[in-house]
Write a protein that binds this ligand. Structure first.
Ligand code: MRU
Length: 371
């Protein structure tokens, strides 16, 4: 099965609306940075690598949009002109300064869409570097170069997932029953997946793997998305509520845990969907290996430990009930932290495109970037 989470169609970005899966399968179309940012914020697209790819297209779309409105009159930017001196009022105006100011506004709105997944900021920085490398060219030329980079980020993400899959599959024995949390599948990436990519690769290698999917309250990425992906591919999957994981482990029904991540600190601490920490503690208690599938773009060397990872707090409505149904008592105080941090000491191995870092620590992670 080929799930195209994001695709370029008719000069626009199309993204599967993950809010309505699995009840309906529908693409929504995007033509500006602001629109893509809203798609990320509202979780039409989610999952760290997919958010990064979407943001890259958001930058390219903004460049295309701005250059279309300035096409004939625009002059090449003067490379020496400081970006900070340009006023945002110039957005959409018919000069190079307007293009630059519009682009800055686009970067800014995208950067504010979601705080935890570092792939968002990684992708924005990569697009900014490309922009700076061609800033003396005309806006239409810049826009085409940025679009080519977004296409490359998408293709690269699938290649990286495939490589992680091969490394991770070797860790799973034939017949393994693998518990996963949230959705770290094709839908969370440009394709194949990180944690589910490891499972797909193991199945592709001929191993009989079955999956236990935590439903993942409150947004239900496990029940809706992981279960859907596995059912589509005939990979045996059993859905449990999050509070059943301990029971399953105690019964000896879990051989390994594989999850994805939104940001890994330089010391190996792992931020992932709320509830992951609980699973990691349980896995240690039951002597079950706990693996994290993680492309290098999800490692944030600028922060020393997980304590510095910003944790998104989402709307209390997600906890209070669903759509028109409220099950929580009216007036109750509600919290909705969307991620938690698993200390590195609970991680058996970090599965990356460059290989597996066993018992990750600062030195092990630094080595990944030195070769
Ligand atoms: O809030 P979400 O659905 O964006 O959270 C996603 C996760 O936590 C995933 O496990 C993580 O991004 C890894 S995706 C390959």
């Amino acid at each position: 099965m080929k799930v195209e989470t994001l695709r370029w169609e008719n000069d626009k970005l199309e993204m599967i609306d993950q809010r309505i899966l699995p009840a309906a399968f529908e693409y929504l179309s995007y033509d500006s940075a602001a629109a893509v940012a809203e798609g990320i914020r509202s979780m039409v697209v989610r999952g760290a690598p997919a958010i990064g790819v979407a943001a890259a297209y958001g930058v390219a779309l903004e460049a295309l949009r701005l250059s279309a409105s300035t096409l004939s009159s625009v002059k090449p930017l003067t490379p020496t002109r400081p970006l900070a001196s340009l006023s945002p009022e110039g957005r959409g105006s018919s000069d190079a300064a307007g293009f630059t100011a519009g682009m800055e506004a686009g970067f800014s709105v995208l950067a504010q869409s979601r705080p935890t997944a570092v792939n968002l900021f990684w992708a924005l920085q990569r697009m900014r570097n490309v922009w700076q490398s061609v800033e003396s060219q005309t806006p239409p030329q810049i826009a085409q170069r940025l679009l080519a980079e977004a296409h490359e980020i998408l293709a690269e993400d699938i290649r990286i997932n495939r490589a992680m899959g091969v490394h991770g599959a070797a860790l799973l024995k034939d017949g393994a029953r693998v518990l996963t949390h949230c959705n770290a599948g094709a839908l969370a990436t440009a394709g194949w997946g990180t944690a589910l990519g490891v499972i797909r690769s193991a199945v592709e290698a001929g191993k009989k793997i079955s999956v236990i999917a935590d439903e993942t309250r409150p947004f239900l990425q496990g029940a809706r998305l992981t279960a859907w992906e596995m059912v589509q591919e005939n990979i045996p999957v059993t859905l449990i509520t999050d509070n059943m994981a301990g029971y399953m482990m105690a019964q000896g029904e879990v051989d390994a845990v594989v999850v994805g991540t939104d940001r890994v600190a330089a010391n190996g601490d792992v931020a992932n969907k709320i509830g992951t920490y609980m699973v990691a503690v349980l896995a240690r208690r039951h002597n079950i290996p706990f693996y994290v599938a993680c492309p290098l773009s999800t490692i944030d060397l600028s922060i020393a430990s997980g304590a510095q990872i910003p944790i998104e707090e989402r709307s209390v409505e997600e906890v209070k009930g669903f759509r028109d149904t409220q099950w929580a008592a009216s007036g109750v105080r509600i919290r909705n932290p969307a991620f938690d941090v698993t200390p590195a000491e609970l991680v058996t191995g970090l599965i990356t495109e460059k290989g597996v870092v066993s018992l990750p620590d600062q030195a092990g992670i630094a080595r990944l970037f030195s070769v």
